[in-house]
Design a protein around this ligand. Structure first.
Ligand code: NDP
Length: 490
């Protein structure tokens, strides 16, 4: 492409058994650059034959991979992490073209976080072990952590490379094989990851990538060769995947949507809280599942908070070409996501929320929506209840701790939450009282891979990252060892 620094077209649509694989009989999926709306390439949807080949190759490769010493598996992941870091810029440019997210952001948050996950799981590999359980009479039991088999990973479009790494790293270190299907909107990052893993020494067939939409995902999830499914996506898709997995009693990890509360008490450092609200709403143009989109601000400081927030947005946002490193605010991923977000904004206005900044499509090509803040939002409004997945922040006023906890928890979602306060006892109290898988105190949206991440209630089950993820990509086998006499009744 003349106007892009690299040609994003991959060598082929799929990566199976260590090779690029094309099957042009699959329906074409256009690659659209969100910053211009122009088609910049295409991949082909996986046909049933491609899906079968990927699953079969994964099944065959998994046994030998599981027999490879865990420390060696870990070393391969760490080599892949090093390759990703060496090529961070090139991978970040590709991620920006795939998603439209500013390069300023992808340089630090996408492939880099993926490398962190590969490094983390690679480095803890030699320390992963079972337990020994002393029993009566000199008997004892011990536990083994055994792999599950073939895992399917299905990704959303907001963090294509990071999501693929966060799923692949714990799956592979535990001796599983994986077939990964990225979102059809962002097919590129996972393909690059597959090539890098193989360059790092991963045996062919252990990590495979196939392209396609929901139908391909559904075919993968219901295949009898699959032992586990890990989805990052919406609650609606999560329900379908969970139901399909139930048919085969498959393990699942579901990383779904949210409507998380970010609570600002009057004693908070105001600028820090405003920073948290910005990080928790406008990074990736708001396309982050854990965003604190319901910003509850204590009554005495609400007006000052909103004024400072709007001033910082209007002064600081640099909307533009995402490949220009000065840009800090990019487009949404697709035209349909942009239309959905604009419809949600219109609904906020109709329901009587006070639009204080933004609210419109930006006057430029591509799928840009202005960073938008609503004040005087009430709990029953659509914008306070439903995930928007765009740059839309709602400010709600509260007067007491008990009141804000009850209102924050009155949501079917439970992905994340956060508090800004100088009162540490209150902060820790809220960490216990807010129903969420992740909670931030005096910060927001920080997701180091050492820390487990995931949701409660409708936001999902299972955890990614940290030692917790090991449990979701392996199962315990208990081994009982009898050493004393063995009595039998007859
Ligand atoms: P979707 O639920 O639309 O899609 C997620 C993935 O599932 C895509 O790859 C999609 O394919 C695939 N898919 C769709 N239908 C099926 C099916 N029946 N069976 C199997 N797979 C299927 O989510 P989005 O891609 O729109 O992502 C946005 C959502 O993801 C938001 O709700 C967001 O909150 C959530 N999310 C959650 C995160 C978390 O960690 N909790 C992190 C990031 C996002 P395709 O799209 O190609 O058709």
């Amino acid at each position: 492409m003349a106007d892009l620094p690299i040609d994003p077209q991959p060598e082929a649509s799929h990566f199976i058994a260590g090779e690029w694989v094309e099957d042009a009989s699959g329906a074409p999926i256009p690659l659209v650059y969100p910053a211009t709306g122009k088609v910049i390439g295409a991949v082909h949807e996986a046909t049933p034959a491609i899906i079968d080949r990927a699953l079969e190759t994964a099944r065959n490769a998994q046994r030998a991979w599981a027999a490879t010493p865990i420390a060696e598996r870990g070393r391969i992941l760490q080599r892949a992490a090093a390759l990703i870091r060496e090529r961070n810029r090139e991978l970040s440019v590709l991620e920006t073209i795939d998603t439209g997210k500013p390069l300023q952001e992808t340089l630090v948050a996408d492939a880099a976080s993926g490398a962190d996950a590969l490094d983390f799981f690679g480095s803890i590999a030699p320390g992963i072990r079972g337990e020994q359980i002393p029993l009566a009479g000199g008997d004892f039991a011990y536990t083994l952590r055994v792999p599950l088999g073939v895992c399917v990973g299905i990704g959303a479009w907001n963090y294509p490379t990071q999501i693929a790494c966060w799923k692949a790293a714990p799956a592979l270190v535990m001796g599983n094989a994986m077939v990964f299907k990225p979102s059809e909107l962002t097919p590129l990052g996972a393909l690059r990851l597959a090539a890098i893993l193989h360059e790092a020494g991963l045996p062919p067939g252990v990590f495979n990538v196939v392209q396609g939409g929901g139908a391909v995902g559904a075919a993968l999830v219901s295949d009898p060769r699959v032992a586990k499914v890990s989805l990052t996506g919406s609650v609606a898709t999560g329900r379908k995947v969970y139901a399909a997995a139930a048919e085969g009693i498959r393990h699942v990890t579901l990383e779904l949507g949210g409507k998380s509360p970010l609570i600002v008490f009057a004693d908070a450092d105001l600028d820090r809280a405003v920073s948290g609200a910005i990080l928790g709403n406008f990074y990736s143009s708001g396309q982050i599942c854990s965003n604190g989109t319901r910003v509850f601000v204590e009554k005495p400081i609400r007006e000052g908070f909103v004024a400072r927030l709007v001033e910082r947005i209007e002064r600081g946002v640099v909307m533009g070409d995402p490949l220009d490193e000065r840009t800090n605010f990019g487009p949404l991923v697709s035209e349909s996501q942009m239309e959905k977000v604009l419809a949600d904004i219109r609904r906020g206005v109709e329901e009587g929320a006070r639009l204080v900044t933004g609210g419109h499509r930006a006057n430029r090509p591509g799928f840009f929506v202005e960073p938008t803040v609503f004040d005087e939002v009430t709990d029953e409004m659509h914008i306070a209840r439903e995930e928007i997945f765009g740059p839309v922040l709602s400010v709600l006023e509260f007067e007491s701790e008990d009141e804000v906890v009850a209102r924050a928890n009155a949501s079917p979602y439970g992905l994340a939450g956060g508090v800004f306060t100088r009162d540490l006892a209150r902060a820790h109290r809220l960490a216990e009282r807010i129903e969420a898988g992740t909670f931030w105190i005096n910060g927001y949206n920080l997701t180091p891979v050492e820390m487990p991440f995931g949701g409660s209630k409708l936001s999902g089950i299972g955890r990614e990252n940290g030692w917790a993820a090991i449990e979701h990509y392996s199962e315990v086998r208990a081994v009982h060892v009898s050493t004393g006499p063995l009595d039998a009744p007859y």
